[in-house]
Design a protein around this ligand. Structure first.
Ligand code: GDP
Ligand code: MG
Length: 429
């Protein structure tokens, strides 16, 4: 049995960097399907922002590799009905088509429809009004006037699910990372620094809060100091998130071969610790008809992994800074790619931080037995630090719950409690 080596860091300092605020605020959807649809139809495509020059710097659609086909994603019944009623409100306007956003380049969408792949702009009431802009994965109503090169997104259909993060330390400033994501692949690189369990735990909480499944990918397995160290990391992650969560270690580059790393020894060690090893395991996770998103900091090896899965350099990758191992934000687009014989994966720019302003339901899901036990504390507002009658302290001491999980829960709950006025009263932290 390999002992877990990582302990829970006392601060959340891994993610101190300030969130970027470059992409405009996201607000809670106020969908208004048929509202004004007729008026918009009369207006035709003239509502678009018309800044076509801004489209010129974007990659040509023909150059994009591995864009999913229309049939690779399936709209929900709800989304289909919403589309049909929008079209009906427009008297069956033949210019309207159903599509999904498969790419955002500097916030300019590309939309995949049954008839093809199109660059699109937002209808005026979307880009000027307070309606939410579509995220990658959203189903939309697209208008394609014959006389225009660029199509127009008339409506973002009510999405089934969204993966969101809070941008700052207040509720109300949300960023939708992608919509309709079923699986979040939490990419955490191995290397000089100790594995960040904090980052993995908060990523899991964000994923669970969105309703998505999640799995952990330990990338750059060639950079773990030894196979034993790698095995200890796998054990730690499984202890943290529970043994039902899949953990896959991998090496997406063949540097391992060049630098004389014994990959097979690492694969054996990983499997011995209960994890999976290699690209084939990742491909298995992303089953056909699944939409996954790779979540991780810049430089975690997300794009390299996707290229390896695709078997070609479809996505640009970066070198990490030698001084601190940090990545350089090479990926500026959010995009979907179809992995051969597997599902669709969304690659997006690395996230420096994942503040847990909300997401308490995600915390409750990931640490369910801890959250359940927290109801037994003597004081309803117990912070689980040194209050008498603390059920979590008791569970930890009695060995009833893994201390790693208790400590992770308390650290993340502390962070959320700092914004207590925003919490849902139905969840006890
Ligand atoms: N040693 C090693 N380096 C890797 C591996 N995967 C990616 N890298 C390197 O890590 C850097 C960042 O990779 P990239 O895929 O751009 O990261 P992203 O920002 O998460 O998309 C690049 O220099 C890659 O060559 C790996 O498995 N082993
Ligand atoms: Mg990248």
């Amino acid at each position: 049995m390999i002992a877990a080596r990582a302990s829970w860091p006392s601060s959340t300092g891994h993610f101190r960097a300030v969130a970027k605020r470059s992409q405009g605020k996201t607000r809670v959807r106020t969908s208004s399907l048929a509202r004004g649809a007729k008026a918009r139809r009369q207006k035709g495509a003239s509502g678009q922002s018309a800044d076509v020059s801004a489209l010129r710097g974007l990659p040509a659609l023909e150059s994009l590799a591995r864009v999913p086909a229309f049939s690779d994603l399936v709209p929900s019944e709800h989304e289909r009905v919403a589309f049909d009623s929008f079209v009906a409100a427009c008297d069956g306007d033949p210019e309207l088509e159903l599509g999904f956003v498969c790419r955002l380049d500097r916030n300019f969408p590309a939309v995949r429809c049954a008839s093809g792949l199109y660059r699109a702009e937002h209808a005026e009431r979307i880009y000027k009004g307070d309606l939410e802009r579509p995220a990658v994965g959203d189903w939309v109503v697209l208008r394609r006037p014959e006389t225009h090169d660029v199509a127009l997104i008339e409506e973002v259909l009510p999405r089934e699910q969204a993966l969101v993060r809070w941008r700052g330390s207040q509720r109300g400033d949300l960023q939708v990372l992608a919509a309709n994501v079923e699986l979040v692949l939490i990419a955490q690189p191995l290397g000089r620094e100790a594995l960040s369990l904090n980052r993995i735990a908060r990523s899991a909480v964000v994923a669970a809060d969105s309703g998505a499944e999640f799995a952990v990918l330990l990338t750059k397995a060639d950079r773990a100091a030894t196979p034993e160290e790698l095995a200890r990391d796998v054990v730690s992650v499984r202890a943290l998130l529970g043994e039902h969560v899949q953990v896959v270690a991998l090496c997406a580059l063949d540097v391992a071969e060049r630098e004389g790393v014994d990959v097979e020894a690492r694969a054996r060690a990983t499997r011995g610790a209960g994890g999976g090893f290699g690209l084939a395991c990742v491909r298995e996770l992303v089953a056909p008809e699944t939409t996954a998103l790779i979540l991780g900091e810049s430089g975690a090896g997300k794009s390299t992994l996707l290229n390896a899965l695709l078997g070609e350099e479809a996505l640009e990758t970066s070198s990490v800074r030698r001084t601190d191992d940090a990545g350089r934000h090479t990926t500026v687009a959010r995009r979907m790619v179809k992995v051969p014989d597997a599902g669709v994966v969304i690659d997006c720019p690395g996230l420096r931080n994942l503040p847990l302003v909300g997401h308490e339901h995600g915390l409750e899901k990931v640490f369910s037995e801890v959250a359940e036990r927290a109801w037994e504390c003597r004081f309803r507002d117990c912070t689980h630090h040194d209050e008498p009658g603390c059920a979590l302290a008791h569970a930890r001491e009695a060995g009833e719950i893994d201390p790693l999980r208790v400590d992770a829960y308390i650290a993340l709950a502390d962070e959320m409690r700092r914004h207590a006025d925003t919490l849902d009263p139905d969840v006890a932290l």
